[in-house]
Design a protein around this ligand. Sequence first.
Ligand code: KIV
Length: 271
Amino acid sequence: MSLHSNVRRVTTHVLYAMKLKGEKITMLTAYDYSFARLVDQAGIDVILVGDSASNVMAGYETTLPITLENMIYHAASVVRGTNRALVVVDLPFGTYQGNSKEALVSAIRIMKETGAQAVKLEGGVEITESVERILSAGIPVMGHLGLTPQSIHKFGTYVVRATEQEEADKLKSDAEALSKAGCFALVLEKIPAKLAGEVSEAIIIPTIGIGAGADVNGQVLVLHDMLGITQEFSPRFLRRYHNLQMEIKGAVQNYIEDVRSKEFPNENEQY
Ligand code: KIV
């Protein structure tokens, strides 16, 4: 229960308990106050202020250009729209890979300037020192393995990761390392469902999948993709729950028509 609301906010402990009870965790992205408010009121468990804001909000091709200042702006807006969901914020590319001190400074800025409850970092064993240092300041950390979009130029493509044994073995040991380092949950992106199931069995922390099949402890999608606002992106794992782009364009076209035909505003819509 917070000072400003009588709704109890989801905590990292709640997510852990959900895994133990076999209850699935729900997570969606949000980047602004208005959408965060709707998603929170609908009852989502976790809102991720993803660095996918770089694509969805800013129109960049990759997640690399978004800055810490941009992420702080988005995250503070999201936090103002939520009462219940645990809000997790991506540390953007270039703000934690240098060294663990830089990672801690970036994470502290996010927590201080946004009011969010946790941060997310991409990477495996190579970031465990940063994870431990951020945790030592009392900041919960979510991990992210598999297709990690900040490494797109290393991968060269957005195809499914860890289909070969060597990469699958590395992913398993990275997952163990992140769990041991103290991450409270782990995103598994675009990897074979069987591997995701094995990882979820092997570690004690909850796994949250995107394109990782059903045998994970929760699911995440990018909000604008599942609402059908984005148009070009259609991977197999994406279920569209609405076709909002059609509805929005239709509403805007109706408005244009009404203004041009002088049908809007009518007598009741003026003073
Ligand atoms: O930035 C993002 O939206 C993400 C999700 C795809 C997990 O990291």
